[in-house]
Structures are given as C-alpha cells and as structure tokens.
Ligand binder design. Structure first.
Ligand code: SF4
Length: 924
C-alpha cells in the first residue's frame, strides 16, 4: 500500500527582511544577519561574508534575540528619589535628564574640569568617548583596560608594537605548533575557535598552558596545568633552554630587533646626534645608526643588548630543574617543549616565493617562516608580575624569529605601531578649556609621567605615576576608592558607562558599595554626583543619581573604527558599524548620541560650530562627518576620494549597510609579512592613513624607557620617585624581562592561605552581559567552586557540599564541585554569574542570586598591611593592572547555608521583576 508522506517544510521562512550588522554579545564583533518578521527580531545567524566569523555564530550571538527582549532593559531616564543604593527612582524626560547633567557638569568645567571622572567599561567607542573627555578638559578618563589586560597590551606595544587578540593573530593557515598561555574560552571567541578548527584539520599541535583545563585547553593536544603566577618563570626557562641549545634565529635578531643596539655604561642606548640608536655594522665594523642603508647589524660585542640578554637568561636560576617545582611542571617536560619549539621553528621552516624589501634596502626573494605561534590572554596578565611575564613571552617569540613571518604571529592593521608612534599621556588642565592632548598613551621616561608640579598625581586613578608608571589604559578599578578617600583630590561627578562597578567589575564589591553611599559630616555623599549609563538594570544602577538609559546593540549606531579597536585581519584592513536594525520601543537613546548632545550643551570644542550651534545631530552624524586628521575620520571605507583617506561622504553609512555592515581591503601580497620592516607595507599603511609617514622600527627586546625609570630611582635626573618607591622601581622596571614571586612579596601567599583562587569567563557569558538573557541563563545559572582532586579528598568533600573560602580580606561560603583537570593548588569558578537580589529583573530566588557567587568579595584593591605603615596596591607595579589572579585562600568544609554567603539586601529595581514566562510567537 502506498504511503503518503506528510508535506513538511523543514526550513520555513522565519523572516520577511534580513538586516546585517555587528554582534555585540561579546567583544569579538562578528557579522550577523538579523532576520526580522513584522519589524521584530525573529532569528540571528552569522554573516558568511564577514571577515571576523565567516558565518560562525556562538551561543551568545544567537541569543541576541533574548537580549533585545530582556525584561531588565531600562525604559526611560531616571532620577534618584530614595537614598543611594535603595534603587528608588522616578522617570524623567530626556530634556530634564540632560539638563541635570549639564547643570552638574558645566560649572566644574569652568572651575576645575578634573572634578569630573569619566570612565567607561567594555565599550567600543573609546576614540569617541576620549575625544569628548578631552574636549571637556578633565584628565580623568579611561576605559576598563586597567582591570582587564593592560599588561598584555602594554607589554606587546612596548616590545613589538602590537599584542594579542585585537592587535594580531597566529598565522592560522601555516602555523604548525601553537601554544596558548592563560586563555579562557571566551577570549577571542569565534575567531580563535575557527582558528583552532583549522589547526586541528591540518594536524598542527596545540599546547595549552593554564591551571584549568576547560574550553580551548580541553581540546589542546597537551595541557600544562601550571601553578598560577609562574608562567613568566616557565617562559624564561624555555628561553634558557633555547639559548643553551643555540636554537635561536640570529639573523632575525640582528635585522629585526634591538639585539645589536649598543648600550652605554648607564644601560642606555648609544645614539647619534639625531637620537637614533647605534649598532655596529658587521661588514665595516663601523658604528652606524640602526636604520642606515644596507648595513648588517652585528650582535657581537660586550656592549650589545644581545650579550646582556644571553648573560641574563643563561643564568642557572632559569634552568628547568630550578623552576620546575615552582611552576608545577616537570623539568623534563619543559626541556621537551623547548626542543619541540626549536624543532618546528627551525627544522620545519617554511618559505613563500614572495620577494620583498626591508627598510634598510635589503631585497629578499623569499619570505622565510618559523611556523610556531603563541596566544595569551588575562591568565598571564592579571598578576602583579604580569607585565614582565607578557614581555617574556614576546622575547620567546622573537628569539625564535616567529613574529610577522609566515607560520608565526602576525599583526592586524593598523598594527604594528611602536610605542613611539602612540601619543604620550596628557594631563594639563585649564579651566574652561580642553585637555592639552589625549589622556592615555605610552611614557618614555619619568618626564612623561602625569604628575603635578609638586609631584602629586594629576589623575584621580593615579595612572602614570611612580606607583605604576606605564599604566597605558588608566586604572578604572582605583577610581572609586581614590575618589572616596579624596586621594589625590576630591571629585564632584563620577560619570560611568557600561561598567558594573558596584558588583562584578570591582574588587572588594561590598567596600565599593559602602564608598558609593558614604556621607561626610554634613550628611552629603562623599562622591557628590554619580551619572551612569547602561542598557540594563544592573547592580550599579541603584548607586547612581542620574541614569541615562542606553539602547541595546541592535537599536543603535556604533563605529568599530581604525582609530580604536577595529576588526582587521592579518591579511586585511577592515572596520565596521552597527546601525538600528530595529527601533527602540522605550524612551532610551544610544549613549554616544547622548554624549554628542551633552557635548553641544556644554559647548565642548569639536561638538559645536563657530556660531555655537550643535555640530552633529547624533552619533551617526559624527561617524560620518567627524574629521580627526586631514582625510581621516572614524570610518575608513567609502570616503570621498577613496578608502582610508578622503573627505567625509554623507552616504558612507549607507554604503556600509549595503556591504553587510563592514568595509575591508586586502593587504598587497608583497606587504603581507614582515610589516614593521617591509617597505611595501609601510607605504601601504601611509596610503591608508594608519600613520602619516613611514615608520619602520625594530623590536625592543630591551625597553630603554624602563632603564630610565631605574636610573631615576638611583638618583639621576630632575624627576625622581619618592623614597618609599625607589626600590620597587629599581627592581621591577628591569629593561629585560624578569620574574618575581608576587605571593612571597605581598604576603597573600603566607602559610595561612596556601591555595590559589581564580575565575574564568565561560564561553556562553560575557561578564554580566548575559545575565538577563533567558537562553544563556539556562547554560550558566549558578557557579560552583571547582576543587582539584587532592584538595577534594583532603577536605573530605562530597557532591553537594559547601565550603567556606577565606582570603586575607574576607570569606565566602559557596557550593563546591570536583574537577580533576586542575592544578593541585588551585580552585576556581566562573566569573560574574552570581547576582545581587533585585538586579537584572531576576526573581529574588533565581539561582544566580541564591547559589551564584562572586570571588570579587574576597579580593581587595589593596594588599594586606606589610607592617611598613603603607597599604600597597593589589596591582602590577609597572602598569597598575589589577592583580585579580594573585588571590590566595584557604578552604574548609561547612554545613550548607540556605544561600551562598555573603548575602546582600535586595535592591529595588527601577524595572521591577520580569514575568515568570516570556513567550511570543514570531511575527505576531
Ligand atoms: S563570538 Fe559570539 S558573542 Fe562574540 S561577537 Fe561573535 S557571535 Fe557575537
């Protein structure tokens, strides 16, 4: 009997229109196709033509539909009516909100602009927000880098002119051995997943170095469960082994680095009359500028950087046998890895038949590649020795000759860009006037520090001071405690964007809540005004006086600019936009458009015309018409007269939309590798507007500016550190990478607290951004503390048990879970899953609020007292990077409490609690 098959449509049309924009469920900026039905988001898929993700979409990206329908979205501007922290607000109009902000900000701009502290979280418009702050005139601006990964960024720029992630990537198509250091699975999410997929397809080997084996480390061919904070020591041991075996790329070191640069008796570079570092020409024996034409720099001689480097790292203190116990990795394993790096780099070298010419005029008929590459993220960065550890990793890359070569690590335009091509930090305040230059940058000696004439810090976060001279991203994590202490001075208005500082973005969260609500003897708040902008009812909202509600990422214009952190690939330059693929259904405005409006109301230069009228209608207008330098604007594509450089094009955003939301141009073949030294790349970079004149440079194995700080500590020069910081500067600002044991020095590692405690961001949550997301909450609604087998058994834990975890700063009581693939001395949990009751429109009994928890409560921004009368900062002494991962604790099994401890009183939410069920039918 014939059967009739049912007529099923397995791929029904879910949409009547598709709009292409850029994802913002994490910082990777993948291209997405947003399917709309009757004007509402029906479905999100990856854009197959997009350079970042080529159609790949992660769980977060597809869950964007829940982000734009979240009950926790703020709905209107809010004015606080109850005490700070109570969450009691009244809705006001935008006119009233902007009027209040103007009334607070205009007088301080005229009298003392530094009384505004304007800090932003993981926003992607920092070239714009910093421009606004510069126009206002306050020195107190930065984004979140100081508590994220400034060590990695600054070490990369100072050493090579670029770092990992947004600055560069492995040569995924050619690398044969790939090593990851401290990379959690959310870092560089889709791009690295795709890259790892390519490596696996080709049979390349992946080695993961991380105390925790999850995510990328779980699919690594080999996992080294290193003891936290010792990565630098492991890397220096690898360098030691390579030097001992003579497995280093001498040709690369001579031609591409400052290894042949000559040092004087003070440890500074010998220079010519024009200030150019000198080298010895191997052919003539003469001393010549490093960039003289056709020279062959000589590595030999007692006075070269190379000799100093060899002496340093051949020292037996870096031998594998000497470091193995501390690192928790057998000496034999370290030796094997060094041998494998050498074998792949030198025995499996690759060649591309592509002629090129370097900046000294040498022509080559091939590009030679060392197919070994590395990637690292916060795991090695968020330690008080993180800057030097990141520098050590770059030195390892460089001695192998594996940077900017086929198969190695490659920069993404507009990088490479040496520290000398970046601005220096500026801090000179003139009431009623703009700041004297960009806030953030790279110091090249004590003369560049942000100090007042009397030596006091010019910035509220004390960035670019003797405490942390190279704090290239500022210290957002110190702003609230310094403002509360009035040290170095009091401020009037704290203006924050997208930074959940009263919860998961701060150390010492409970202390921060107290500081935000503390009053003086008159009953006035110690921090008088707090303005906050966020799209959601996060924990921080309750602590602000004025809320400027932001849109979601599908309702706004954004500019992912070459002036900022673009979406380039190693083979191509690219930038992108977001645009309102749906209209907001609430009384909210994109934060950047609000800043444009505020800028005009405050009459900030750059935001008004000569007649005082507003220069830009909104952020989209700014993106199109703002000119930063002649021919250079926020977007590089489709400018009048060409891509890269050209006049503003009024139809530019339309062109981006037609092209899927991005612009991309491939780098010419002869410019694809050796970018810092390659004449063809340098010329192309100037044509595209990355810089205005060619600026080839050599990698800085030896960072001379650090030596200048050491000399100041030794009593040289007119600017010298205060006495209590001289030793710190002398020891830590070593121009060649060193390793030091932070736990020994800061007492966090005393016998009482023997266990390391870490957090990692999961693949499916980007900090607290996914908290309100109904789909993602089902993946991570709670977070146990993971315990390694040895500690699990020693403490007699069983499934379902709880533990009290205590640091020098306090205790938390939390559920535990067993995990075998974990360093023996380390416990860890997912970051930012725990929520405060009342926030994010969650039910008060939501698992995030009852079983979820934060490690932040037991990490302090200051170290425990050392008995010297000072409280030292819990941060890297070079950059100020928050040392989240230096935490040491003890654990004990306890009876399960009703809820994770500490508990905080519920907040009243301005958006109330979300419904128990949120359902709708697409298109109806
Ligand atoms: S990795 Fe995922 S969340 Fe991040 S931008 Fe790409 S799709 Fe969006």
């Amino acid at each position: 009997m014939a059967r009739t098959q049912p007529d099923l449509n397995t791929s029904p049309h879910v949409s009547d229109e598709v709009r292409q924009t850029t994802c913002y469920m994490c910082a990777c900026r993948c291209g997405i196709n947003v399917h709309l039905k009757n004007g509402k988001v029906a479905y999100i898929e990856g854009n197959r033509d997009h350079p970042v993700n080529r159609g790949v979409l992660c769980a977060k990206g597809s869950a964007g539909i829940m982000q734009v329908n979240a009950p926790s979205r703020l709905r209107a501007p809010l004015k606080r009516v109850g005490p700070r922290g109570s969450g009691e607000f009244e809705e006001i109009t935008w006119d009233e909100a902007l009027g209040i902000a103007t009334d607070w900000l205009a007088p301080i701009r005229e009298a003392a602009p530094e009384k505004l502290a304007f800090f932003t979280g993981r926003d992607q418009s920092q070239s714009f927000t910093s421009f606004w702050a510069q126009g206002f005139g306050t020195p107190n601006y930065a984004a979140h880098g100081g508590f994220c990964s400034v060590n990695m960024a600054a070490a990369g720029i100072y050493t090579m002119g670029g770092a990992f992630w947004e600055f560069g990537q492995p040569d995924w198509e050619r690398t044969k051995l790939f090593m990851l250091f401290g990379v959690a699975e959310d870092h560089d999410s889709n791009p690295i997943k795709m890259g790892l997929g390519r490596l696996k397809e080709r049979g390349a080997k992946v080695i993961g170095v991380n105390p925790i084996r999850t995510g990328y480390n779980a699919i690594a061919d080999e996992w080294l469960g290193i003891t936290p904070g010792t990565d630098g020591l492991l890397i220096l041991a690898l360098i030691h082994e390579l030097l001992k075996a003579g497995k280093i790329d001498l040709d690369y070191l001579a031609h591409r680095t400052n290894a042949p640069v000559l040092l004087d008796d003070d440890g500074l570079f010998q220079r010519d009359g024009e200030g150019r570092p000198l080298v010895r020409d191997r052919t003539t024996g003469e001393t010549v500028p490093f960039d003289a034409q056709n020279i062959i720099p000589d590595l030999r001689g007692a006075d070269t950087v190379f000799t100093k480097l060899i002496e340093r790292y051949l020292d037996p203190q870096y031998a594998p046998d000497a470091v193995a116990k501390r690192c928790g990795i057998p000496a034999q394993k370290i030796k094997l890895i060094a041998a494998e790096l050498a074998r792949v780099a030198f025995d499996e070298a690759i060649e591309i038949d592509q002629p090129w010419t370097d900046f000294r005029g040498h022509s080559y008929d091939k590009m030679i590649g060392r197919p070994v590459s590395f990637h690292s993220m916060r795991g090695i960065s968020a330690h008080a020795n993180g800057f030097q550890t990141c520098r050590a990793l770059h030195v390892l890359q460089i001695i192998l000759g594996s940077v900017e070569v086929p198969g190695g690590f490659r920069f993404k335009p507009p990088y490479p860009k040496p520290a000398t091509a970046h601005p220096k930090p500026h801090c000179r305040v003139t009431p009623g006037q703009p700041l004297d230059g960009p806030h953030l940058g790279f110091v090249h000696g004590p003369e560049d520090l942000c100090l007042n004439d009397d030596g006091t810090p010019a910035r509220i976060d004390k960035a670019f001071t003797w405490e942390n001279p190279m704090s290239a991203h500022g210290l957002m994590h110190m702003v609230i405690s310094n403002a509360h202490a009035g040290d170095p001075y009091q401020i009037d208005t704290l203006f924050l964007y997208m930074a959940n500082m009263s919860w998961n973005s701060s150390m010492n969260s409970a202390g921060v809540m107290d500081m935000l609500t503390d009053t003086d003897e008159n009953g006035d708040y110690v921090i008088p005004h707090i303005i906050y902008s966020d799209a959601y009812s996060s924990e921080m909202v309750a602590y602000a006086d004025l809320i400027l509600p932001d849109t979601t990422y599908l309702e706004r214009h954004d500019c992912i600019s070459l002036l900022d952190r673009p979406i380039c690939e190693a083979d191509a330059v690219a930038d992108a936009i977001r645009w309102p693929v749906i209209e907001p259904d609430r009384n909210v405005r994109g934060f950047q458009s609000v800043l444009v409006d505020l800028g005009a109301r405050l009459k900030l230069p750059g935001f008004i015309n000569e007649d005082g009228s507003a220069k830009y209608k909104d952020y989209a207008d700014y993106m199109t018409h703002h000119i930063r330098r002649p021919g250079i604007g926020p977007l590089a594509g489709w400018r009048e007269g060409g891509d890269g450089r050209g006049d503003a094009n009024p139809n530019q955003i339309d062109r981006y939309i037609e092209n899927g939301g991005f612009w991309m141009e491939h780098i010419p073949n002869e410019a694809l590798y050796y970018k810092p030294w390659n004449k063809a790349y340098q010329d192309w970079a100037v044509a595209k507007g990355f810089y205005d004149s060619v600026q080839p440079y050599i990698f800085q194995l030896y960072v001379e500016p650090m030596r200048k700080f050491q000399r100041a500590a030794d009593g040289h020069g007119t600017r010298q550190p205060p006495d209590h910081l001289r030793d710190q500067i002398r020891q830590k600002m070593d121009p060649l990478p060193i390793w030091y044991d932070v736990n020994e020095e800061d007492q966090q590692g005393s016998d009482e607290f023997p266990i390391h405690a870490l957090t990692q961001r999961p693949m499916a949550m980007y900090h607290s951004w996914g908290t309100q997301n109904a789909w993602l909450r089902q993946i991570h609604g709670r977070n146990p503390m993971y315990i390694p087998t040895k500690l699990w058994e020693a403490n007699g834990f069983n499934t379902g048990d709880w533990a009290r975890v205590t640091s020098p700063h306090g205790s938390i009581t939390v559920p535990v879970a067993h995990m075998a693939a974990l360093n023996d001395h380390t416990i860890w949990t997912w970051n930012a899953i725990g929520k405060r009751k009342g926030a994010w429109a969650l039910d008060k009994d939501a698992p995030e609020a009852t079983q979820g928890f934060l490690l932040n409560h037991i990490i302090h921004e200051l170290l425990p007292p050392k008995g010297d009368g000072l409280r030292w900062s819990n941060s890297d002494p070079i950059t100020g990077q928050a040392a989240w991962f230096d935490l040491k604790v003890k654990i004990e099994k306890v009876d399960a409490p009703a809820e994770a401890q500490p508990e905080f009183p519920p907040q009243k939410s301005p958006v109330g609690q979300g419904p128990d069920k949120l359902t709708w039918k697409v298109g109806e």
